[in-house]
Write a protein that binds this ligand. Structure first.
Ligand code: NAP
Length: 249
């Protein structure tokens, strides 16, 4: 299989969950992959298990200088970029009465400012006809208490992606967003919730999904492959829910 033969892909948040599953699949499909994350140790671990043509780049997307560094190292290694997958994100829980400036800054700097600055850096180096993907979320429209700032961040990212879709049209660059529902990744261990609340929430989430279960990262990776490849050559500007039907009920 080589749907991405010789394509250069940059993926943020690629040491875990959705990003890692996508990096693996893109490598299997013949892409050269820039695997980016904010922890060197985690990058070293994935470098041990992955096979194919890839480099790892340590970059914290909430740090503007790191976004410059990411694109510089990517283009130094592989030249122009074909696929930019802005996937890194965090979802710490805070009821609205407990939202602090730090919480807001952390979420927005990671989930919104990071992808916006990385896109700006990357655009001059993205080949015409390339593909930009964002990981959004169904929380943009579907309400889950405690996720107000996170939901706002994904809504902001979606609004940004629509303007970007229009601004890059003359270059044939397609811009799409994937909106996952509950996907079984390490992100749930990072929400800041006690273990028993987490277990209860996971049961409740799964029961709300028409398909009755969490998704797995590989199901998002396959969606990313579709959107990044020529199979989706006429798919542009969309926000694709991959959520077992949760956003529709
Ligand atoms: P994950 O396993 O925690 O992966 C998130 C990745 O982003 C990790 O590699 C994480 O690094 C990285 N990251 C976080 N902050 C970063 C920063 N400042 N700079 C660089 N990398 C950073 O979770 P996931 O579920 O795969 O999440 C991927 C995306 O899917 C996120 O945007 C998330 O909002 C979105 N999403 C997930 C779900 C779900 O149910 N899983 C649902 C909807 C949307 P560390 O390993 O160091 O934390």
């Amino acid at each position: 299989m080589s749907k991405l033969k010789n394509k250069v892909a940059v993926i943020t948040g690629a040491n875990s969950g959705i990003g890692l599953a996508t990096a693996k699949l893109f490598l299997e499909e013949g892409a050269k992959v820039v695997i980016s994350g904010r922890r060197q140790e985690a990058l070293n671990e994935v470098a041990e298990i992955l096979e194919g043509d890839f480099i790892t780049v340590l970059a914290d997307v909430s740090n503007p200088e790191d976004n410059v560094k990411l694109i510089k190292e990517a283009t130094n290694a592989y030249g122009n970029i074909d696929i930019l997958f802005l996937n890194a994100g965090i979802a710490p829980v805070a009821p609205t009465t407990e939202v602090t400036t730090n919480h807001y800054d952390e979420v927005f700097n990671t989930n919104v400012r990071g992808p916006i600055l990385a896109t700006k850096e990357a655009l001059p180096h993205i080949n015409d006809g390339g593909s930009i993907l964002f990981t959004g979320s169904i929380v943009k429209d579907k309400v889950f208490d405690g996720f107000s700032v996170y939901s706002a961040s994904k809504g902001a990212l979606r609004a940004y992606s629509k303007v970007l879709t229009s601004e890059v049209k003359s270059r044939g660059i397609r811009v799409n967003t994937i909106a996952p529902g509950p996907i079984d990744t390490p992100i749930y261990g990072k929400l800041g919730l006690p273990e028993e609340v987490l277990e209860e929430n996971e049961k409740n989430f799964a029961a709300m999904v028409p398909l009755g279960r969490f998704g797995v990262p590989e199901e998002i990776a396959k969606t990313a492959l579709f959107l990044a490849s020529d199979d989706a050559s006429y798919v542009n500007g969309i926000d694709l829910a991959v959520d077992g039907g949760l956003s529709q009920v």
